[in-house]
Write a protein that binds this ligand. Structure first.
Ligand SMILES: [Zn+2]
Length: 204
């Protein structure tokens, strides 16, 4: 299983023309004219990422609201990289939101980097995720490198452990209730009578 995107999205000539004539700032990313292109980028990157978020490696949903085209180097800081294929990767909306506009470069750059040396987090196109982060039980993130550690901080990946714990408590509670209901439903007349007698004794 590949841990990084080997081939980025390749814009066709027609797509390049649409970009050139409709793009002047990173805010243009939201223009409706790019909607069809975004669908193509999503469809192209999904199998290349094994349908996993590039930061938390959780399964991506198929609804439009369950997958984001993430700009690895924030487009608000480097407008020129808004349509840079190597700057695009799919992430879950939660990771995208947590990462936000946080800086992920340790120096100013002019051209899009050709390696991830100056990138402080795991770069979906350049880095092998498994060398930076180890995931236990799908929700505990262990940093293997400084890059891994910074990725966990920037995307707040520790949030998943908290969510997982809450889910476990909920399931445990539900199981306990259903065990009690089952007990009552399956009890015979004598057992019920005994339980009632026991209960009455305790009340007295
Ligand atoms: Zn994620």
């Amino acid at each position: 299983m590949s841990n990084q995107i080997k081939i980025p999205y390749k814009f066709t000539l027609a797509e390049k023309k649409i970009i050139t004539s409709n793009f002047s700032s990173h805010l243009d990313w939201e223009k409706v004219i790019f909607d069809a292109l975004k669908i193509k980028i999503r469809d192209n990157l999904r199998p290349k990422q094994n349908n996993k978020c590039c930061y938390c490696k959780r399964e991506l949903g198929y609804d439009i609201k369950e997958v984001d085209i993430e700009h690895i180097i924030p487009k608000s800081e480097y407008s020129d990289f808004t349509f840079e294929p190597k700057n695009l990767a799919l992430s879950c909306p939660a990771c995208n939101t947590k990462k936000g506009e946080k800086k992920i470069l340790n120096r100013k750059i002019v051209r899009y980097p050709v390696h991830s040396k100056n990138c402080t987090i795991n770069h979906a196109h350049y880095d092998d995720y498994s060398k930076n982060i180890l995931i236990h039980d799908g929700c505990v993130f262990e940093a293997l490198t400084t890059k891994g550690s910074h990725t966990i901080t920037v995307c707040e990946l520790f949030r998943l452990k908290i969510v997982e714990n809450k889910a476990k408590v909920k399931i445990a509670k539900r199981n306990k209730s259903s065990r009690l209901i089952n007990l009552i439903m399956n009890a015979n007349q004598l057992e019920l009578q005994n339980a009632m007698t026991e209960l009455m004794k305790r009340i007295k």
